[in-house]
Design a protein around this ligand. Structure first.
Ligand code: ZN
Length: 211
């Protein structure tokens, strides 16, 4: 799933949008997978109001996506605009590489102003500035962000070989099975029963004695 979808899921299941303690624990837990290395030391007293405002905007956007307005002329509240524009202000257009043929692309920027190459190549986030640019861009212009997250385990799903965000909902066969079981509880229960029955049958088979 895309970065904004993952953040929405985490807000709904773990309350990270409104519970500061849960948000900090979540950040720490996501360090080795979603975030690159150690996240820079940030001042939580500054980050927390921004975090809440951005989540409020993101959840408003998410609601509109789940129930699209009848007309395309849906007005965006000022506080949503403020969050989106505030974060996307840091996004830049830059050359993709030193090869002219690669053209230009949208680059989210790290806090130090350098392009977020890790997001571009590996779909991983350098700091909270990159997180928010990535979150809003993944909603408004998904091709600009390569971060795609497994909805079962939260691992980054690598971009496609063409450098686009993966559309896969999961990172591996193990997570695909977990997702299937979650979405097909009745069938999963039935297949569990089948497996147990087969196991019991196996145990009941007569033991062959050597003659
Ligand atoms: Zn996974």
């Amino acid at each position: 799933m895309l970065l904004w979808e993952f953040l929405k899921q985490e807000a709904q299941s773990k309350n990270i949008h409104s519970d500061a303690k849960a948000a900090k624990v979540w950040l720490q837990d996501r360090m080795p997978s979603l975030f690159v290395g150690d996240i820079e030391q940030f001042d939580w007293s500054c980050e927390w109001p921004r975090w809440q405002a951005n989540f409020r905007a993101l959840l408003w956007l998410a609601k509109k996506r789940s129930k699209p307005p009848k007309s395309n002329q849906c007005r965006i509240p000022w506080w949503v605009t403020q969050s989106i524009d505030g974060e996307l202000d840091r996004v830049r257009m830059r050359l993709v590489s030193d090869s002219l043929g690669d053209g230009i692309r949208v680059w989210p920027s790290r806090r130090d102003g350098s392009p977020a190459i890790n997001l571009h190549i590996f779909g991983r986030v350098d700091d909270l500035d990159v997180l928010w640019q990535g979150a809003f861009l993944s909603y408004l212009d998904p091709r600009a962000v390569n971060a795609s997250i497994c909805e079962m385990c939260g691992e980054v799903v690598p971009p496609t070989k063409h450098g686009s965000p993966s559309k896969s909902r999961v990172c591996s066969e193990i997570c695909r099975t977990k997702l299937w079981r979650l979405e097909n509880r009745d069938k999963a229960r039935e297949s569990n029963r089948e497996q147990k029955r087969a196991q019991r049958q196996k145990l009941r088979l007569p033991i062959r004695h050597r003659s």
